[in-house]
Design a protein around this ligand. Sequence first.
Ligand SMILES: Cc1cc2nc3c(=O)[nH]c(=O)nc-3n(C[C@H](O)[C@H](O)[C@H](O)COP(=O)(O)OP(=O)(O)OC[C@H]3O[C@@H](n4cnc5c(N)ncnc54)[C@H](O)[C@@H]3O)c2cc1C
Length: 406
Amino acid sequence: MGRPKVVVLGAGYGGLMTITRLQKQVSKAEAELVLINKNDYHYETTWLHEASAGTLHHDRVRYPVKNVLNESKVKFIQAEVLRVKKDENKVELKNGEEVSYDYLVMALGSNVETFGVEGLQEYAFSITDVSAARKICEHIEWQFAAYQSEKTKDESRLTIVVGGAGFTGIEFLGELVNRIPKLCREHHIPREKVRIVSVESNPVVLPQFDRELVDYALSYLESKGVEFHIGTAVKKATADGVLVGKKGEEPQKIKAGTVIWSAGVRGNAVIDKSGFENTRGRVKVNPDLTVPGYENIFMIGDCALIINEAANRPYPPTAQIAMQHGEVCARNLAKLIKGKHDLETFVFNDRGTVCSLGENNAIGVVFGKKLKGTSASVMKKVVDDRALYLIGGPGLVLKKGKFNFI
Ligand SMILES: Cc1cc2nc3c(=O)[nH]c(=O)nc-3n(C[C@H](O)[C@H](O)[C@H](O)COP(=O)(O)OP(=O)(O)OC[C@H]3O[C@@H](n4cnc5c(N)ncnc54)[C@H](O)[C@@H]3O)c2cc1C
């Protein structure tokens, strides 16, 4: 191979970490580097619940991809990837063009998993990207304005159902309980008219945290008016709400003007369309993050499936893992480009997890220490700023960071 061409798909946590590290590790003479992403900006997926609730402006969660690229080394292509022709070493784009590669990094993130529940695709929103976050925020505001302007006063407009009380669902509820009182004041609507309902089919909420922290989160959210329906599944979504029920019980209707589905993700649909063997859209990768049978393709972030041997189940898809994948992937690519084949094995370094409950509250476990309240909330902002720092250095933290330097 002459000067190899490395193509990275996706400018999320995994993709940007890979390309920003790789641009420092290889010279222009050693490799041609290309990054392809749907948008010309990166968004902090882990902040989207804030933009969705309207507690953070959507422009705060994104920045231009070019801000962190060394454009003398990396060519950026804004395009949507349709599929990978993995036996021809080509990527097919929606605009009809094809891009060839010697090495490929697939870091396209995830899509919503509806588990086949009828009506969710049509009638529920999901917190997936900046446009989706804007739609959710504007839809809730529109419902409040519509309620206020109508004579009939349909109170179901003011009911928000959140399906799934996992990480995303709980973080979104934390933002909503801060946003709703302000919306009520703006629209002159009594707070007690608004229902915020959380529906979770599992008997346990946030299984990654211990009972004490989960109880803290639930009682805080309940104190702010969230109704929890735990062990209750969303059976169907309709134009005017959802049908929910416990196992063996007759489903009940909750009329709601807004339904948010946050109960699951699967690997990006491009994985399936490209014919990769997968489990719910995630590809079980080799220890060095390459795809079995396709050693020139790295699969990272939410698209990769790696088993946590200690727990005997896959690691959950998180930004923390995606970024660590990116670091290892960049080092392995640099080795291959320099003609070395002793690739590094990925080992997850679990630094902990923090789940926010709005602006000033959170629960978390960081380096094995349990945190709740303000200390956890400060730690969440540190985690958010660290992600910016790792990809864009101090300049990006100053511009976009959570500690309000601007
Ligand atoms: C609301 C919310 C809160 C979260 N909170 C946390 C948290 O606190 N901590 C944590 O660790 N994890 C959290 N997560 C999970 C975390 O965001 C993901 O695991 C992480 O973003 C995965 O990184 P990635 O690089 O695989 O994909 P992403 O960061 O999602 O990036 C994928 C990129 O690919 C682009 N793309 C997708 N399809 C195409 C296509 N066909 N063509 C071109 N480009 C495409 C997208 O636009 C995007 O830029 C949260 C997720 C959500 C939704």
